[in-house]
Design a protein around this ligand. Structure first.
Ligand code: SF4
Length: 355
């Protein structure tokens, strides 16, 4: 457990909206960026504490690279803090990477999604595979030695061969971390309203996931969370706070916080955020961090949960096939085979919890 909170800064700008994405962002970003950065700094002044992780997520954080030095000057970071920023291969350049590195960013997460041009087109992405590979090399050139690649499982038309090719090419690049998220249909998006005909079905998705687990493992990226793989020591410290149910502060529209014992969310409205002296928030949970929540979050991680949390499940565990979990060193965790059936296991355990 860290002594410091994490800080999340949402950057709600994208050059164009991708048809599957329901993250809060706007393509009308031209004139708003400077005012937005000023509003972030204004809000940060309300929290003069030290943070040991900072995460610029989005949206497309590299679109405000020129404002990152000013924003980071307003943040007090603990020694050795992890400072991450997501980057989009369609718009980030060596120059923007250098600005970010000089501003103090020390971890880059590249939105690769796939290294197959046909799959990127189906996702409506503006970059191609060569640009994604080039951006990773440029990140190294700009001085980043902690680089993550986001990929997507279940892209329309994705096959075992195409996923293998993507992962093999990625593993040859100077990356230390891979996040592999399953494509899901979000109701309010164009994909949600009219799903592509060749969306992966459940069986295909399960096969692609198992293949991803195997290939990442064989190439030295150990699975430390359902969707995340890393070389030893390169796990994302900021995201670990979410799964360990530790506190963090979120700045920017649509950002969530777990702060001073409460969860709150900022209104999804850029202009209100820019106009307001303090970001407009709504409390979403008065007493977070309860038992069920800690079990649900903790079982996403390969480190699992301690005895105080799994004790009430000792009988229920007998209902679960032994290959899905391990009880070791006073902790309960899911195995690689258990992760794909995480939802089933967690609901079964919670339904049979004993006092
Ligand atoms: S997927 Fe990324 S680039 Fe595309 S709209 Fe969503 S946040 Fe923007």
């Amino acid at each position: 457990m860290s002594d410091f909170r994490g800080l999340y800064i949402h950057v709600p700008f994208c050059v164009r909206k991708c048809p599957y994405c329901d993250f809060y962002s706007t393509a009308e970003c031209g004139d708003l960026r400077a005012d937005y950065a000023a509003a972030v700094v204004r809000n940060l002044r309300e929290y003069p504490e030290q943070f040991d992780t900072v995460y610029f997520g989005g949206g497309t954080p590299n679109l405000i690279a020129e404002h990152m030095p000013g924003i980071l000057r307003a943040v007090s970071t603990a020694p050795g803090a992890e400072i991450s920023a997501e980057c989009n291969p369609a718009t980030a350049t060596l120059e923007t990477l250098r600005i970010m590195r000089e501003a103090g960013v020390n971890r880059i997460s590249v939105g690769v999604q796939s290294l197959q041009d046909n799959e990127l087109k189906k996702l409506g992405r503006l970059h191609n595979a060569a640009q994604a590979e080039e951006l990773i090399l440029q990140a190294r050139q700009a001085g980043f030695d902690s680089i993550s690649a986001d990929i997507m499982l279940g892209v329309p038309g994705q096959t075992a061969d195409s996923l293998t090719d993507t992962l093999e090419r990625l593993a040859k690049l100077p990356i230390q971390h891979i996040s592999a998220y399953m494509l899901t249909l979000e109701p309010a998006t164009p994909f949600g309203k009219s799903p592509p005909a060749d969306m992966a079905d459940d069986d295909t998705m399960a096969d692609l996931y198992a293949l991803c687990q195997r290939l990442c493992g064989e190439r030295g990226f150990h699975q430390y969370e359902i969707s995340n793989f890393a070389r030893e020591g390169f796990e994302c410290r900021h995201n670990l706070k979410y799964w360990r149910d530790e506190e963090y502060l979120g700045i920017g529209p649509a950002a969530h916080s777990f702060y001073a014992g409460k969860r709150f969310a900022v209104r999804r409205d850029i202009e209100a955020f820019i106009r307001s002296e303090r970001q407009p928030v709504e409390i979403t949970d008065d007493s977070p961090g309860d038992f069920d929540e800690r079990v649900m979050m903790g079982l996403r991680l390969s480190e699992g949960i301690p005895e105080e949390l799994y004790k009430p499940f000792e009988k229920a565990l007998k209902l679960i096939p032994g290959e899905y979990y391990r009880l070791e060193g006073g902790r309960l965790s899911l195995t690689g085979k258990g992760f794909p059936v995480y939802n089933y296991i967690v609901s079964l355990l919670l339904a049979h919890k004993e006092d």
